[in-house]
Design a protein around this ligand. Structure first.
Ligand SMILES: [Zn+2]
Ligand SMILES: [Zn+2]
Ligand SMILES: [Zn+2]
Length: 434
C-alpha cells in the first residue's frame, strides 16, 4: 500500500488528550463485551455481537465472515456455490472440497504435535510428507497405524503482531512463509543473510476474519480505537470488522500513533470506507473526551458536546470581544433547546453576528477591534449594509429583519454578561441605537 504524504494544510493542530485520560474513559465492561484481550492485543467480538459481530459463513468448516445481511456464504464459498449446481442446503453440508475454505489457523491433528497444519488433511508439513508414503490410508487411519512422533513448536511467527505459530524453522507461519517464498522467487528481496530480518519488518500480521489484531500498534492508538468503538457502540452505530481491519492495516503502513493523524492519511488503495472509519473514530474519541468547558476554548464547536447536531463556527467573527460575546451567548442558549434542531437558533444568531463583524471590519479604521470606540454610527452602517444586500437581491427582507433581531438579542444578552463581569461595554451603545 502506498501512503500519500500529508500536505502542510492537512496536518491540523493536534491537541491530544492525555493517554491516561483516554484509558480511563474506556469502561472495563465494554472491553469484556467487545472481546478485547489486552495480553495478546487481539479484539475478537462475539460472532453475535449486534454492532461488532461478523456472522460466520453457513458452510460447514468455513470460518470466514459474511459481509452482507442478505447472504449466507462468504465470498469464496458463494463463488463455489454458484458453480456447484447444488442447492444451498446441500452445499453448506458438503465437505468434499474443503481445500480452499478459510479456516484460520489449526494445529496438526497428530496427537501432541505443536506445529500448524499445512494441508486440508490438517497435518503439519513434516507429517504430511511422512503420510505420503501411505496414500492408501486416510489421515486418521495413518495416525492410528503409524503412531507418528509429535513435533515441538517452532515458536510464534516472527512478524510483529502475527498471532500464528511458526510453521518452519526460520520462524514464519504458513501464510508468511508462502509470501516470503513468493517474494524471494520474484526477486523482491535480496539474497543476503539479513534479507529475511529486513523482509519481516515490512510485513503485516495475517488477518483472521472475525479478529482484529491490534498488537504492535502504539499504545495511544490502541486506546483511541477502543474508546472510539465504545462511543460508536453507545450510539448504536455498527462497525464492520473487515473495515476496521483495513484501517488498522493503514495505520501500520503509515506508522501513525493517534487517530487524528490516521484520519488525515490518504492511501492509494481504494479503501474509502477505512478512511471514513478513521475519521469517524477520531470524532468519537474527541466527543468522548470533550466537555462544554473544553469546547468553549475552541473557535469551532462540535455541538454534540452540547447535545445538539452539527458544528458552530466562530472563526468568521474577527473581533475578539464579539467572538467572546458570541460564545457566551451560545453557551447560555444551547441548553435551552432540545431535539434535532436544538442548535438552529445558535447557528442563526452566530450567522447574524458574522454580518455585524464584517460590517465593523470594513467600515471602521480599527476594524471594530476596540469595543469602547463603537457607537451609534456603527449600527447605522450595519443597518445600511443589510439594506443594500436586500436591494441587490443577495438577502431577502425576511432574512434582513431576522438578522437585525438576532444581533439585537445577542448584544442585549452580551451586555448582561458584560455588566455581570463589572465592565463597561459598547454593545450597549449598539443595542440602544435601534
Ligand atoms: Zn465460506
Ligand atoms: Zn504434525
Ligand atoms: Zn505470521
Amino acid at each position: 500500500m502506498t501512503i500519500v504524504a500529508l500536505s502542510a494544510a492537512e496536518t491540523g493542530p493536534a491537541e491530544l488528550p492525555q493517554l491516561e485520560g483516554v484509558r480511563a474513559a474506556i469502561r472495563p465492561g465494554f472491553l469484556v463485551e467487545c472481546g478485547w484481550d489486552a495480553e495478546s492485543g487481539v479484539l475478537s467480538p462475539p460472532r453475535d455481537h449486534p454492532l461488532l459481530g461478523l456472522r460466520k459463513c453457513a458452510r460447514q468448516g468455513c470460518l470466514a465472515g459474511v459481509r452482507s445481511h442478505h447472504v449466507e456464504l462468504c465470498k469464496t464459498c458463494e463463488a463455489r456455490h454458484r458453480s456447484s449446481g447444488m442447492s444451498l442446503a446441500e452445499f453448506v453440508l458438503d465437505t468434499s472440497v474443503t481445500r480452499r475454505s478459510n479456516r484460520g489457523e489449526r494445529l496438526c491433528i497428530v496427537p501432541r504435535c505443536e506445529r500448524p497444519s499445512h494441508t486440508y488433511e490438517t497435518l503439519c508439513s513434516t507429517h504430511c510428507t511422512a503420510r505420503m508414503l501411505h496414500r492408501e490410508l486416510s489421515a486418521s487411519e495413518w495416525i492410528r497405524q503409524e503412531q507418528p512422533t509429535p513435533l515441538p513448536s517452532h515458536g510464534p511467527c516472527r512478524v510483529t503482531g502475527c498471532i500464528r505459530v511458526a510453521a518452519m524453522r526460520v520462524g514464519l507461519c504458513t501464510p508468511h512463509g508462502t509470501r516470503w517464498g513468493v517474494d524471494r522467487r520474484s526477486g523482491l528481496t535480496s539474497r543476503d543473510k539479513d534479507a529475511l530480518a529486513e523482509w519481516i519488518t515490512r510485513q503485516q500480521p495475517i488477518g483472521v476474519d472475525h479478529l482484529v489484531i491490534l498488537t504492535g500498534l502504539p499504545d495511544r492508538l490502541i486506546a483511541e480505537i477502543l474508546l472510539g468503538l465504545q462511543h460508536r457502540c453507545d450510539e448504536g452505530t455498527r462497525t464492520p470488522l473487515t473495515v476496521l481491519r483495513a484501517m488498522v492495516s493503514s495505520a501500520r503502513a503509515a506508522a501513525v500513533d493517534n487517530l487524528p493523524d490516521l484520519s488525515r492519511v490518504r492511501t492509494t488503495r481504494k479503501r474509502h470506507d477505512a478512511e471514513a472509519l478513521a475519521r469517524s473514530l477520531a470524532t468519537s474519541v474527541r466527543r468522548a473526551m470533550a466537555t462544554p468547558e473544553s469546547e468553549f476554548a475552541l473557535d469551532v464547536w462540535d455541538l454534540a458536546t452540547f447535545g445538539a447536531r452539527g458544528m458552530l463556527d466562530f472563526t468568521a467573527i474577527s473581533q475578539s470581544w464579539l467572538r467572546d460575546a458570541a460564545k457566551h451567548w451560545a453557551a447560555e442558549d444551547l441548553p435551552l433547546h432540545r431535539g434535532r434542531q436544538s442548535g438552529a437558533t445558535a447557528k442563526g444568531v452566530i450567522g447574524a453576528l458574522v454580518y455585524l463583524s464584517e460590517s465593523l471590519r470594513s467600515t471602521r479604521e480599527d476594524h471594530g477591534e476596540d469595543p469602547a470606540r463603537l457607537g451609534r454610527r456603527d449600527i447605522v452602517n450595519f443597518s445600511n449594509r443589510l439594506k443594500h444586500f436586500e436591494h441587490t437581491g443577495s438577502m431577502t427582507a425576511l432574512t434582513r429583519l431576522r438578522t437585525i433581531r438576532w444581533v439585537r438579542r445577542a448584544l442585549d444578552d452580551a451586555r448582561g454578561f458584560h455588566t455581570a463581569s463589572g465592565g463597561s461595554c459598547s454593545p450597549t451603545c449598539l443595542t440602544t441605537s435601534r
